[in-house]
Write a protein that binds this ligand. Structure first.
Ligand SMILES: [Zn+2]
Length: 177
């Protein structure tokens, strides 16, 4: 098991206090010692001590929670930046989908495809004043792999992608167009 998300997000993971409408909730995504992706939702008094590989954000709790939320791409970029230096084990496909989404949205520019030790990587550039380049794994995926990855990612970041935000193929060059 490399994936652990509490299905019930209506209470604090630490103190179990139910969230009230409009309350500030801190969501933390981290990689635990067993290399699993863990998400925790915390009330402000429980807070959290972020680690180097954790990504967190604050949002207001909403009742009802079934409402579709748009994806915050800055959140995705922060996850990408936290994971890219050493991708969590067995999560390269998820990281790759994040990469494709960011390329499509022009948060990252595709520089080229490189091969290292028999594995493929994308070289990417983040444009803007704090320009940086990244190397991210490019595992072999089929278009049929995308829907399940998409569902996991939407669960992780609490947002629903618009159809035109999703890549239709796992081809990085196509996402860059
Ligand atoms: Zn709490």
């Amino acid at each position: 098991m490399d994936w652990k998300i509490e299905r019930i997000r209506d209470r604090c993971t630490t103190c179990s206090q139910p969230f009230q409408h409009d309350q500030r909730v801190v969501s933390v995504i981290e990689i635990d010692l067993s290399d699993r992706i863990v998400r925790r939702d915390l009330c402000s008094s429980c807070g959290s001590t972020p680690t180097a590989r954790s990504v967190w954000w604050e949002a207001r709790f909403e009742i009802p929670t079934q409402k579709k939320r748009r994806v915050d791409f800055n959140r995705l970029l922060r996850i990408f930046e936290a994971w890219q230096p050493s991708p969590p084990k067995n999560q390269e496909a998820l990281l790759y989908l994040i990469t494709l989404l960011l390329v499509r949205k022009r948060f990252l520019r595709l520089v080229d495809l490189v091969s290292e030790g028999g594995r493929e990587f994308l070289r990417l550039r983040r444009p803007g004043p704090a320009e940086r380049t990244f190397l991210a794994p490019a595992p072999l995926l089929a278009p049929a792999d995308l829907p399940a990855l998409r569902a996991r990612l939407e669960e992780l970041i609490d947002g629903s992608f618009e159809e035109d935000e999703m890549p239709t193929s796992p081809d990085a060059a196509a996402a860059a167009v």
